[in-house]
Write a protein that binds this ligand. Structure first.
Ligand code: HSE
Length: 577
């Protein structure tokens, strides 16, 4: 069974500048968490196309269309490359493919061409290798291989054209407004009334500069539905072969109030991403260990406190715990839950050793979310949860500790464990207490959370056998090399006729093994279901940004859930009155 494909188009109004990159990465990551593969089509940043166009017109009386097309397509190429870099930093595996690589051919009208064809098989094949393909929109190739442009706003057309060819499950055009708004008689926009659904004709009538008319006409010719929405949206407008219908919306929902426990490697990353999502979140307090430690300038000192009680006096709707360990972190999580706040935590140790938290993480109702506790940017818990809804899982197996994997990578290449650990610490991969990594315990906590979710029964840490990196010997390393294999720290839990067998330990992996070739701080998870179907998930497992993407992914999911509950409540009230 192949994962569904979604085509997301990031318009210039969304990619206004580099500050918008976290929102774009999170929108893509949100789809990966849902088990989908993503084609991300990008427009140029902000006014880049206009700037390039006007500079060409200022410099040259009649710019030659072919050279102009080459100049203008650099805007989309820059945006695609930059988004690719942002995804890589966040640990989300992605590949950039331009029009030439996907064989996107067009008619011969250089500045306003029609797309003709693309290599569907190649794009589908690439999506089996990596979950995200980034495509610069707007341009295609003439028969000669020279560039041609799809007209102003042409990235919308690129997205719909690819979605149609790929038979994508969804195509979402991401804009700076959450859907098509009602236009009042005087021509102004009513921000409180949006089209829930819009016919093609209505899109053409009121879509104005928001959607390229040529793209809507393409969709209409092919009976293709698509959404117009903002990043993080729960809906937006569904356009297609439908009758137009309005719905009331809250034009400016209040930001969710958030407190942040911990301002270390991960905490600072989370703080900065929340600051870039200011219309959605307001950070009202930050818990730190030492108030007098030096801090970056962008952290307002009035938000800092070293007291859990003071932090929670702000009555936040959401508490993020990235303190780590079982001291202050436990106080914060318990008090926050007692006060009725939603909690997002990255703390595998705390969640695995407290039975109530273990159960809630595995089977809870979303009031305690912990995606970042296992796998970093690999949506490990979500993937297991969604698989077990359909099939019985018989084995979960993975490389789940980025630090140990990084160390073993170096050790397999002849470097000492201590030196490699020091490097991993410098890179912000290791735990504050690195013994948790090298002893294998960090993996034990993660396996406990994963296996509990996978098998529907508590796999507590005392049931998991554990071997750490002190099991590395010259003989084992030599044996691995002689067999073209590699020594790795593997976590696995298997359902057997005598119960769940769970183990963390060193194993020699040979090249045919699904976990073979997992490099540096990468994590990989293999889930096997009854019938021997194997599903593999990859991503970066440790470090500031891969953990941040998972934490903020949870935070955004909480906000969407709260907003949609609020909306339902509003609708129920409206019906009752
Ligand atoms: N120290 C952990 C690791 C961090 O290296 O995997 C992510 O859980």
């Amino acid at each position: 069974m192949h994962s569904p494909i979604v085509v997301l188009k990031f318009g210039s109004s969304v990619l206004e500048n580099h500050d918008a990159l976290p929102a774009a990465v999170l929108e893509i990551y949100r789809e990966i968490r849902r088990g989908r593969r993503v084609v991300a089509v990008v427009s140029a940043f902000g006014n880049r196309t206009d700037e390039l166009l006007s500079s060409a017109r200022q410099l040259f009386d009649e710019p030659d269309p072919s050279s102009l097309a080459r100049l203008l397509e650099t805007g989309e190429a820059e945006a695609a490359a930059t988004l690719g870099l942002a995804l890589d930093q966040a640990g989300v595996p992605a590949r950039i493919l331009d029009a030439g690589q996907i064989g996107l051919t067009t008619s011969e009208d250089i500045l306003d061409a029609e797309p003709h064809d693309f290599d569907v098989v190649r794009l589908r094949q690439e999506l089996l290798d990596v979950p995200v393909i980034v495509v610069p929109g707007f341009s295609g190739k003439l028969k000669s291989g020279a560039p041609a442009l799809l007209g102003r706003g042409g990235s919308d057309l690129t997205a719909l054209f690819l979605a149609h060819g790929l038979r994508a499950a969804e195509c979402r055009l991401l804009k700076d407004v959450d859907g098509l708004l009602q236009v009042r008689e005087d021509g102004s926009l009513d921000y409180g009334t949006r089209y829930a659904t819009a016919s093609y004709d209505e899109c053409l009538r009121v879509g104005g500069p928001l959607i390229q008319p040529k793209a809507v006409e393409f969709a209409a010719r092919h009976n293709l539905s698509f959404r117009i929405a903002s990043c993080g949206s729960g809906g937006g407008t569904l356009a297609g072969p439908v009758k137009s219908r309005f719905e009331s919306v809250d034009p400016a929902p209040a930001p969710t109030t958030v407190v942040l426990g911990g301002l270390g490697t991960v905490g600072l990353g989370v703080f900065r991403w929340l600051q870039s999502l200011k219309t959605d979140f307001q950070v009202v307090g930050i818990l730190v260990r030492n108030l007098t430690s030096p801090r970056p300038e962008d952290v307002p000192s009035h938000l800092l406190t070293d007291s859990v009680e003071k932090l929670l006096e702000t009555q936040p709707e959401l508490v993020i715990e990235v303190v780590g360990g079982t001291g202050a972190a436990a106080d914060l999580v318990h008090q926050a839950r007692a006060a009725g706040s939603r909690v997002v935590s990255a703390n595998k140790q705390l969640l695995a050793i407290e039975p109530e938290l273990l159960k809630e993480t595995a089977f809870g109702n979303g009031r305690l979310m912990a995606s970042a506790s296992v796998g970093g940017s690999v949506p490990a818990l979500e993937s297991v949860a969604s698989l077990v809804q359909r099939e019985e899982v018989v084995l979960v197996q993975g490389i789940l500790n980025g630090t140990c994997n990084f160390i073993l990578d170096r050790v397999n290449g002849g470097i000492e464990v201590e030196d490699a650990l020091a490097l991993a610490q410098d890179l912000g991969l290791a735990e504050a207490d690195p013994h948790l990594d090298v002893s294998g315990l960090d993996c034990v906590y993660k396996l406990s959370l994963l296996a509990t979710r996978a098998f529907g029964e508590e796999v507590t840490v005392d049931l998991i056998e554990c071997e750490g990196l002190d099991g590395i010997t010259a003989e084992r390393l030599q044996q691995a090399t002689e067999n073209d294999g590699e020594l790795k720290l593997v976590a696995s839990a298997k359902r057997t006729s005598s119960g769940i067998k769970a183990r963390v330990g060193l194993e020699i992996l040979l090249p045919h093994h699904p976990l073979f070739g997992c490099e540096k701080e990468a994590n990989r998870l293999v889930i096997e279901t009854e019938g021997h179907r194997q599903v593999v998930f990859d991503g970066k497992g440790a470090g500031r940004w891969p953990t941040t993407v998972a934490v903020v992914g949870d935070v955004l999911q909480c906000r969407r859930a709260d907003l949609s509950t609020g909306k339902e409540r509003g609708l129920r009230r409206a019906k009752a009155s």
